[in-house]
Structure formats: C-alpha cells, structure tokens
Design a binder for this molecule. Structure first.
Ligand code: GLY
Length: 359
C-alpha cells in the first residue's frame, strides 16, 4: 500500500499528515527517539493486537517512557481525566522537552491534545488516530479540549500537533458502528465543499478507505490552513450539522450516541433548515438521507424534543453573542452562516430529526 503525506500549511506550525499502511512503524520512532514520551491510549485501543508492538517500539527508543490509559468513551473527555493525566506527567517529571503521543479516536486525541497544550504551558504532541472519524477530522487542525456538564468542547485550546500519523493497518479492526460514524464526517465534506466527492461516497464506505481518508484530510488541511482559529467563517463551515448534533449528544448523555451518529442526524436538521430558509432543493436533502443511510448511519433519533434541545443549542460555543450561528447549505458544495433562523423552523428541523416529520 502506498504512502501519502499531506501538509497542513501553517508556516512555522505546519506539520505533515502521513497516511498509509505501516506508517506508524516508519514515522513514530524517529519522532520520539531519545525523547521523554507519554503514550496516551484508551483501554479499548490498548487491548488491540497491534498496540503492544507499537508501545514497545516507542519505549525502546525513548529516554523516558510513560504509558497512560484512559477509560474508553466520550465521558473520558472531562476535566477530571485532564487533571489526572497532568498529575501523572508531573509525578513522572516529564519536562518541557516531553512529547505526548495520542493513540486512539477523537476522545483521546482531544483530551491528550489539551493536556499537551496545557502541561508546562505546552509540550509537543503527535496524533495517531485509530478511528475513521479521528483520521478524517479531529486529529487534523489542532482543536483540543474537554466537555463540561454544560456543553461539549466548552474548555480547550487551539494547539497544533507536530505530526499526524494515520496508519491504515489500524483501521480494519474498527467496529462497523465506528466506521459508519467516521463516514458521517466524510459525507459532510462532500455536502459542504465537493459535490463529486459526495457522489463518490453516496453509495457507502468503499472497501479501500485510503482515497476517502486522503481526500477528507486534504479538504480539512486546506480549510485549517485558511482559517486556523475559526475567525473568518471558513473553518466554521465544518460545523454543518454540529449545532443540533452537540445538543443531541449532551441531552442523551455523552457516550449514548457516537459523535458521527449525532452529526448524521444533525445534518438532516441542517439540510431541512437549508431547504426551508435558503431553497436547498429537497432532492439534495433526500440524497443526503440516502447517502447517510447507505453509510449505515441513523438519520432520525426517536424521542428528540425541541424543548430539551433548544436550551443546549443556545449555549453552543459557536453562538455569536445571544444568537446561534447556524451553518447552512444553499446548494450542494457550498455553505453560508446565519443567525437568522426563526424558532419555528428549528422546531420543524427537530421534528425531521426525530422522524415525526417526513421530508
Ligand atoms: N471538527 C471541526 C473542526 O476541526 O474545525
């Protein structure tokens, strides 16, 4: 299997994203040689057959080696786990020259990245995403952080990794549900920026994920290079479907729905709003539903209620002052942002998400 490297162009903070089978064995040892290395993984990833050889290889070359395990699942993205990891680094006397290697899905990457951003005011970190969602989205771009009971990702930092290493040999062990969750973000890239890519992924996840990951990372890298800190609106376009998704995740309790599953349903709500407010053809909304279904994703979640979701939507961190910043899609491949979404349309969108209103 060939290897591809995509660079996130951020001047002196730019970094490579290596994608391919076996790239971890090739790129991680030189990146961590003679360094003080803290290897962070969750209990699920630490039990994978490829994990022990990876750990041993890094331990053998490191000046100091600290393996750290966190519980699997979204609840680990907490201030309590953040504090526990920082204390472990301090007790092991990891210095400013330390390197944190995050091996896992989005939860581990976001949590370990925030630890790296904060511990001693910043140590280097390397992302090794092992879920499709982390590979195509969260590992690239430097968004790190944890959840609060009040909302998702409410505490965090923009902190770019030194490198991202996507070893395709780790992905075949993914449970089908996690694979599908990653495809939600892939379908999103098509909807927001690339109609041809949308057509490619509409029938479902291809057996060979390499081209899908490469294309997704290339889109994400371009957006991040253009608007690293989500200040011009370009990066915010990646939040299509996420306003409702975050509210679904939080009201259901973190971990009940995978992020990609909530994004899938949230995109149906955003597409409905786009249709009603901006004239997105209904056929595109129906195509999106077909694409998400073909990718084995939920398109509705029964029992969703406006009255429970609305207060959470209102504190979404992407809010502008008192108004929620909605990312909508006037046509396939293009987004706009607006705070002018009437409450009755949000109610309708939630009805669509709950499956009580057909499209
Ligand atoms: N996941 C959205 C972003 O990285 O901006």
């Amino acid at each position: 299997m060939g290897e591809k490297t995509i660079r996130v162009e951020l001047k002196d903070r730019g970094y490579p994203v290596h994608i391919g089978g076996g790239v971890s064995a090739k790129h991680l040892p030189p990146l961590t040689l003679n360094a003080e290395v803290a290897l962070v993984a969750d209990t699920h990833v630490a039990a994978q057959p490829w994990f022990a050889p990876l750990r041993d290889r890094l331990a053998a070359g490191a000046a100091k080696f600290l393996p750290l395990t966190v519980p699997a699942g979204e609840p680990a993205k907490s201030l309590a786990e953040f504090a526990r990891l920082c204390s472990a680094l301090a007790r092991a006397r990891i210095s400013r020259r330390g390197k944190i290697v995050a091996v896992g899905g989005g939860v581990v990457g976001d949590l370990a990245g925030f630890v790296a951003a904060s511990y001693l005011r910043g140590v280097a970190f390397i992302q090794v995403p092992t879920s499709l969602l982390a590979a195509v989205d969260s590992s690239v771009g430097g968004k790190t952080g944890v959840n609060l009971p009040e909302g998702k990702n409410l505490v965090g930092a923009f902190y770019q990794p030194a490198a991202v290493v996507i070893d395709l040999d780790f992905l075949p062990t993914l449970p089908p549900r996690e694979l599908a969750a990653g495809m939600a973000e892939v379908v999103k890239y098509g909807i927001i920026s690339d109609p041809e890519f949308f057509d490619l992924v509409k029938p479902g996840a291809p057996a060979d994920l390499a081209p899908v990951i490469e294309k997704s990372v290339a889109i994400k890298a371009g957006v991040v290079a253009d608007d690293e800190r989500e200040s011009t609106g370009r990066r915010a376009s990646l939040n299509f479907g996420h306003t409702i998704a975050h509210a679904i995740e939080q009201t259901a309790g973190y971990g009940q729905w995978l992020h990609g599953e909530a994004v899938s349903v949230g995109m149906m709500g955003a597409a409905w709003l786009s249709h009603r407010l901006l004239g997105l053809p209904l056929t595109v909304t129906q195509d999106l539903r077909a694409a998400l279904t073909a990718n084995r994703l939920p398109v509705t979640i029964s029992g969703l209620e406006f009255d429970r979701l609305a207060p959470v939507i209102a504190v979404d961190k992407k809010s502008t002052g008192q108004k929620v910043n909605w990312v909508l899609c006037p046509e396939l491949g293009r987004t706009v942002q607006t705070t002018a979404v009437p409450e009755e349309l949000v109610r309708e969108a939630i009805e669509v998400c709950a499956g009580r209103k057909d499209i």
